[in-house]
Design a protein around this ligand. Structure first.
Ligand SMILES: [Zn+2]
Length: 78
């Protein structure tokens, strides 16, 4: 099960884009795949066991630390 830390950006960087809001204590999305995505700052699991395409282009505001996470660059091909 691959696990990734997401990339942190500033709110201005995603201005005008759709930002999903994560709620602390539960993943924003769970199931459908085998990849887990964590907040790049506090390591909270934002998406658990999701499919790769679920994370593509994802912009998630962490419910714990409030930072904006985006889909990290991947070092594998798909
Ligand atoms: Zn966080």
């Amino acid at each position: 099960m691959p696990q990734f830390d997401m990339m942190i950006v500033d709110a201005e960087d995603v201005a005008g884009m759709e930002v999903a809001t994560h709620v602390a204590g539960q993943p924003l999305k769970e199931g459908g795949g085998d990849e887990t995505y964590r907040c790049g700052i506090c390591k909270t699991k934002l998406m658990v066991d999701v499919a790769h395409h679920d994370a593509h282009g994802a912009i998630i505001k962490c419910g714990k630390c409030g930072r904006i996470n985006i889909d990290p660059p991947h070092d594998h091909h798909h």
